[in-house]
Design a protein around this ligand. Structure first.
Ligand SMILES: [Zn+2]
Length: 459
């Protein structure tokens, strides 16, 4: 038996640890894991780790980014599947908006992709939950904040959405911050003339996040709706979600690289460049997130990548006028590997679980994405764990013009990335003939919850 392509002599990162074996690829899928595999084409990967293509559950193809630019940045970061937050305008039909987005993204994307369609005004849009789930898009984003932009949902709307999702096999994703409280605190801060990054952070304290998480959990108890908390930032929020997991509720926690890599005080000098919501927290919260990640209480890491043009981030009248969001998709794996795995805060297998396998399981990509296993798409990347890196403002790629981590040094470098068996990045260079990204139809299996598959070995 000869395969189309054999990845030869590397160390495969599998759910339960590291295994030295070859990877055999046939027709864009993984066909074999074993020793002495033969292929029409062979790639020698001695001393390299072979990891499943990462699945980024939280990407924003807006502001400065297009599907092309953000997916290019993703490829540089070892990410081969992107789940985009599709921001349906508040007065538009979500189903139509979704149908228009598919060809637009397919024309332009390097990564395979799917959408979390944003819903508001649930009295009108509730039927879209069953409709889109039937069309292979079973995940939805709802905001408990940003009333001023017309996208905030109220408690009764949340319950309507949960009832609909439970009925059809959908999953809801929530931005959990109490919107009215953040708006009042912002007005009060502006009235006082408070205008630093830390003043902005103080206008969205941990308590407004914790309150929103607790409120949502009450509604999960009523409905048992699969519920995914995006970008959790603090120990208490994660503790509440972990307690709900122990009660058997279908709840999932996501955090982002910046909450693991930076504290509020460390970012103070970055000004508007480090403005995101929810904001960065204290160092004790940052440490707590690492413990929760290692223990599997944090299911997934999403970049929440959002890149802006300089005029949206700098030179504005007030910190409160600056755009919400930070870039990070291209650097997150090497940084988390260096700061997490190399410093023994988390095993490599658990980190890869949180950045590939687990989000794929929760969000309807099981069996195709997020794991080096026979039958899965041949999405993988080659990683040199010893090669040094230095982050600079160009490192986030795409259309990002800065990195929060400029100046950081570490070890661990993404060498090559393959999407469905086709090279998208070779020796750090994007390939012009890279595979065209495809929309992935998804289905969420009942019982997608359960234990993490994280292993225990470190490299
Ligand atoms: Zn986001």
């Amino acid at each position: 038996m000869s395969y189309d392509l054999v990845i030869n002599g590397g160390t495969l990162v599998l759910p339960n640890g590291l295994v030295e074996a070859d990877l055999g690829i046939e027709s864009g899928r993984i066909a074999a894991l074993g020793e002495g595999l033969r292929g029409t084409q062979t790639v020698d990967t001695k001393n390299l780790l072979v990891l499943p293509g990462l699945v980024d559950p939280h990407v924003h193809p807006i502001h400065a980014e297009t599907y092309r630019s953000v997916s290019e940045a993703a490829i540089h970061g070892g990410i081969t599947t992107t789940l985009h937050h599709l921001y349906t305008p508040p007065d538009r039909d979500p189903v139509r908006f979704f149908e228009q987005a598919i060809p637009e993204a397919e024309a332009d994307s390097y990564t395979d992709f799917a959408f979390h369609v944003r819903l508001n005004d649930l009295a009108r849009t509730q039927p879209a939950i069953a409709e889109l789930t039937g069309r292979g898009s079973p995940t939805f984003k709802l905001f408990l904040a940003y009333g001023g932009r017309g996208i905030m949902v109220t408690d009764d709307e949340i319950l309507l959405a949960m009832q609909a999702a439970v009925g059809c096999g959908g999953t809801l994703l929530f931005h959990a911050e109490n919107g009215p409280l953040t708006e009042l605190l912002e007005v009060q801060a502006r009235d006082r003339g408070s205008d630093s990054l830390l003043d902005y952070y103080a206008s969205r304290p941990a308590e407004v996040e914790i309150e929103a998480v607790a409120r949502l959990l009450s509604m999960v108890k009523l409905t048992r709706c699969p519920t995914y908390f995006v970008h959790l930032t603090c120990r208490e929020s994660v503790r509440l979600v972990a307690a709900a997991k122990l009660e058997g509720l279908p709840v999932y926690a996501e955090t982002c690289p910046h909450y693991l890599l930076l504290s509020a005080v460390e970012a103070a000098g970055l000004g508007g460049r480090a403005k995101m919501a929810p904001p960065l927290r204290e160092d004790a919260d940052r440490q707590g997130l690492w413990y929760a990640l290692a223990a599997g209480f944090i299911d997934a890491i999403g970049s929440d990548h959002s890149a802006f043009v300089p005029a949206e981030k700098e030179g504005l009248d007030s910190i409160f006028e600056v755009g919400f969001g930070v870039p990070g998709i291209a650097t997150m794996f090497p940084l988390l590997f260096d700061r997490g795995v190399r410093q023994a805060k988390v095993t490599l297998a658990r980190l890869v679980d949180a950045m590939a396998t687990r989000p794929a399981q929760i969000l309807g990509l099981s069996g195709r994405k997020g794991c080096l296993a026979v039958g899965y798409d041949a999405d993988f990347f080659l990683f040199d764990p010893e090669k040094p890196f230095v982050i600079d403002d160009a490192s986030e790629r795409g259309n990002a013009y800065y990195s929060l981590y400029a100046g950081r040094r570490g070890k661990g470098s993404i060498e090559s990335v393959y999407c469905r068996g086709v090279p998208a990045l070779l020796a750090g260079e994007l390939q012009a003939d890279a595979a065209k990204g495809r929309f992935v139809r998804r289905e969420i299996a009942t019982g997608s919850g359960g234990a993490s598959t994280g292993g225990s070995r470190v490299p």
